[in-house]
Design a protein around this ligand. Structure first.
Ligand code: PHE
Length: 358
């Protein structure tokens, strides 16, 4: 792959972040992009995403958009961290040794940045990867495994936050947050999606689940309140809440007109494709709970524990507040006749702009 697209140049002109670090990893043919979007509220922090991309421009675009979302995510509760994101774009499937070598070389870059960017897991990376990165990039790594002295995976806290966000959205719609007889469609049964399904089942919700890897449906297929559908059926399947918990880019001018739900509340980052999709959601009367407000639990909880010394109980309490935050965003959107994304962005920017930069 090579990075020569006009699209990438356009993105770099439009991005309002502080610094972009790029590196080509010759041994694996992978591109590494580290977008340091904002350090206004604290050191830029965000996950490391490692996956295949069709071309480096797509990976760069993802990095820039995701880094901005991290800034808004931390700014929303006025948490003292800035936003950033790392994207490692591999040209194809790597062997375990190639992957380890790539991560170690990436870790040495993080060390060179010396605190300009702190990272944790994201799509394609895990706490075990954070353990490895920590061997070369301490102390700039979050969410190591508990055995290696970290706070562990961020996915449980992320799922807990999504759960509270779903209940708050239903309360906004129906005046009650009861999940009994509500149908939630969870797309993506990775570590976040699985835990979310368990939490929803425990409160008697009906579930529709799907995953591109049928093996992930495993434990749920026999459950009487779970229906599995194919990945292609997601858009158009009737449900109360559609919860995208896999990759982003699911809400577009093509999919939104076909949605058959009352609300979208999910863990995936960057669910909207362009501003148009959000306006279409609003026109259709579908409530969209902004992704960065919904999926904040893991980043907030883990960073709070590891950087601010929170106890796990304190972190759990903070994650519970995701529900109240969503309630506030939806109320502001209604009162001001703006979209929920505009409302959430306004609150986050208010916190960012009331802080004096150093
Ligand atoms: N993947 C997390 C997110 O997008 C990033 C993260 C995890 C950051 C853990 C810090 C600690 O929110």
């Amino acid at each position: 792959m090579s990075l020569t697209s006009a699209h990438a140049r356009f993105l770099m002109n439009c991005w309002d972040g502080e610094m972009l670090v790029t590196h080509f990893d010759a041994p694996t043919g992978s591109w590494i992009f580290i977008g340091i979007h904002s350090s206004k509220l604290g050191p830029a922090s965000g996950g490391t995403r490692l996956m295949e991309y069709p071309n480096p421009a797509a990976a760069l675009e993802d990095c820039l958009r995701l880094s901005r979302a991290m800034t808004l995510k931390f700014a929303l509760p006025n948490f003292p961290r800035g936003g950033g994101k790392a994207v490692i774009a591999t040209p194809g499937k790597l062997s375990a040794d190639e992957r380890t070598g790539l991560l170690l070389r990436y870790g040495r870059k993080l060390k060179q940045l010396y605190g300009l960017f702190f990272t944790g897991p994201d799509v394609g990376t895990s706490s075990a990867d954070m353990d490895l990165l920590h061997t070369v990039a301490a102390p700039f790594i979050f969410a190591r495994s508990v055995e290696h002295g970290g706070a562990g995976s961020s996915s449980e806290l992320t799922a807990d936050g999504v759960f509270h966000a779903i209940k708050a959205t239903l309360a906004h719609l129906d005046g009650t947050d009861t999940l009994a007889d509500r149908t939630i469609l969870v797309q993506g049964l990775g570590s976040v999606g699985k835990r979310l399904v368990r939490l929803l089942l425990a409160e008697n919700a009906k579930l529709i689940v799907t995953d591109i890897n049928p093996a992930c449906l495993g434990e749920f297929t026999a459950h009487p309140r779970v229906t599995a559908i194919g990945a292609a059926e997601v858009i158009g399947t009737s449900c109360d809440v559609y919860s995208p918990c896999a990759l982003g880019g699911v809400l577009s001018h093509e999919t939104v007109p076909r949605l058959n739900c009352r609300a979208v509340v999910g863990a995936a980052n960057n669910q909207l494709v362009g501003d148009e999709a959000e306006l279409l959601l609003q026109a259709r009367g579908i409530v969209y709970a902004p992704d960065f407000a919904v999926n904040i639990g893991g980043a907030l909880g883990i960073t709070g524990i590891e950087a601010l010394g929170w106890s796990p109980e304190h972190a759990a309490r903070e994650v519970t507040k995701v529900g109240a935050t969503i309630t506030g965003i939806l109320a502001l959107a209604e009162a001001e006749k703006i979209t929920p994304l505009a409302a959430a962005t306004r609150i986050a920017l208010g916190h960012l702009n009331s802080t004096h930069s150093s």
